[in-house]
Ligand binder design. Structure first.
Ligand code: FES
Length: 502
């Protein structure tokens, strides 16, 4: 199951793995859209940047997103006014509107061919009883003086809606073509990018940072952690402030003329729609099936629900590809951007962009760059990464604590609920042998793969994901394939495996 964004740039440009020690001005850990946007701006300012990426460029979150560039982050502005006040909501909106313009400016200046197009963005409902929430959001936007939106009852969608709020002149693009364009520019500015290079820790030595990889080190004055989920646990404590959410995307050849606009509803089941270009054809992307990463899900609740929905309107459609994605969700719903921690000067972070990383990553990159060059950024206060304000979203907080505690402690003493012979081919589960938990996956032919199902981040018990054949962590969302190889952070080490041949 592969994202067609990633397919669209295969063999486009190749990077080396780091194989010697380096010194640089700024070391950036992570080559997704946020890391590469920082690298782009900083290398254009004359800094020498070195970017270290565990996988390939954009291969994780960026290459699996729906790539809507918008300041409309669900029904969010009424929440912001209620929680943080009018000025805060207005600045948040302005920062994200500016990000759309910044991205367009980069694309024009660097002539990046990435299928960028302006589109209106809609948050809609098909349920009359939910129209009130949309109208409340319209009023909130009026209150902060936003002219660029309307309440509408008609859209291009192939079904009737009860109401929607439309943000005009938002945008969509191919995120992989965009990040490749950024990367090329970084390299032409003498920046260095290394892929398949895993950072294991960052240490401060005599006022400089030493970023250690598995075999080498990079010394720099500044470090930017752009690795999706920050992997340094102490200080920072990001593991206590965010969880990961999984959602699913299908790319569909509808064989019909499609509509304009990007769409998402706001209560479960969530469905998100946008069009995209594929081999000169216009296709439809449908996303949804959201759940907390690590919670068990079934095919019918993930890809299945999307396929069923799209076939209602396009019965003759073909599914071209499907993929899942993970997003970091801060408990108070606000990204963390700025200093990694108060006790680590010159080390920065940008994370927790929720489902809206295309615009938020540009906002974040500008804040970090301004910080490094000593310029005031009027939006920096919005995302203060060291904030210690009381968490407003108490339900989310409680939920996360209960789930982490369950997984860290209670699940370890509970009896596993599977016996070896109960695990069917092409499926997995946890069994117990001599009081030891073992994660078993049997492939289609009955070949057995056995791992220690304990997360290498902070030790939570993993759960088997039968849709994607992976071991997922319910605490902070790390994932491992059935062979135990780490495929998603914040963990970066592979699982212990049991050799069944001996
Ligand atoms: Fe934190 Fe697994 S991701 S314990």
């Amino acid at each position: 199951m592969e994202s067609f964004w990633i397919d669209s740039i295969k063999n486009n440009i190749e990077f080396d793995t780091l194989n010697e020690d380096k010194e640089t001005d700024i070391c950036i850990v992570g080559a997704g859209i946020f890391g590469l946007t920082c690298a782009y701006y900083l290398s254009n300012l004359g800094y020498h940047v070195t970017v270290l990426e565990k996988y390939e460029i954009g291969e994780k979150t960026t290459g699996h997103s729906t790539a809507k560039i918008t300041s409309q982050h669900g029904l969010f502005y009424d929440y912001l006014i209620q929680s943080y006040g009018e000025k805060y909501a207005k600045d948040y909106l302005e920062a994200n509107e500016k990000a759309i313009k910044n991205i367009k400016q980069i694309i024009d200046k660097e002539k990046i061919e990435c299928d960028f197009e302006y589109q209106n963005n809609y948050v809609y409902t098909t349920k009359p009883e939910e129209v009130r929430a949309i109208k409340k959001e319209v009023l909130a936007l009026e209150q902060i003086g936003f002219q660029n939106c309307d309440f509408v009852t008609k859209t291009g969608l192939p079904f009737e809606i009860a109401g929607a709020i439309c943000f005009k002149k938002q945008a969509q693009f191919n995120p992989m073509k965009y990040v490749m364009g950024l990367a090329k520019n970084v390299v032409s500015n003498n920046g260095e990018i290394y892929t398949n290079t895993t950072v294991t820790d960052v240490k401060n030595e005599d006022g400089l940072y030493v970023v250690n990889t598995e075999n080498n080190k990079v010394k720099s004055k500044y470090v930017i952690i752009a690795s999706h989920y920050p992997f340094i646990n102490f200080p920072g404590f990001y593991f206590a402030k965010m969880y990961q959410s999984t959602s699913y995307v299908i790319a569909v050849d509808t064989k019909k003329t499609l509509f304009n606009g990007m769409y998402i509803n706001f209560t479960n089941p969530i469905f998100s729609y946008r069009t995209a270009k594929w081999n000169e054809k216009e296709i439809l992307l449908v996303a949804g099936g959201d759940h907390k990463t690590g919670q068990p899900t079934a095919y019918q609740d993930s890809y299945g629900i999307l396929e069923k929905e799209v076939k209602k309107y396009y019965p003759d459609c073909d599914i071209i590809s499907k993929w899942s994605t993970r997003d970091c969700i801060p408990i108070d719903k606000i990204p963390y951007v700025g200093a990694y921690s108060n006790i680590m000067p010159n080390m920065y972070v940008g994370t927790g962009f929720k489902k809206w990383g295309m615009s938020s990553s540009n906002v974040a990159a500008n804040i970090i760059v301004d910080n490094i060059i000593g310029k005031t950024n009027k939006y920096a206060y919005l995302f203060d990464s060291t904030r210690l304000k009381p968490i407003k979203n108490r339900d989310e907080m409680k939920n996360m604590i209960v789930q982490s505690t369950n997984s860290l402690f209670l699940d370890k003493i509970k009896k596993p609920n599977m016996k070896f012979e109960e695990i069917k081919n092409n499926s997995g589960g946890i069994i117990e042998v001599n009081s030891e938990k073992i994660g078993i996956y049997k492939n289609e032919n009955g070949k057995i793969y056995a791992v220690k199902p304990v997360c290498t981040h902070l030790g939570c018990l993993l759960s088997w994901n039968d849709v994607e054949k992976t071991w997922d962590c319910p605490c902070h969302g790390s994932r491992f394939n059935y062979e135990g190889k780490n495929i998603y952070d914040p963990a970066f080490r592979d699982l212990e495996i049991y050799n069944l041949d001996t």
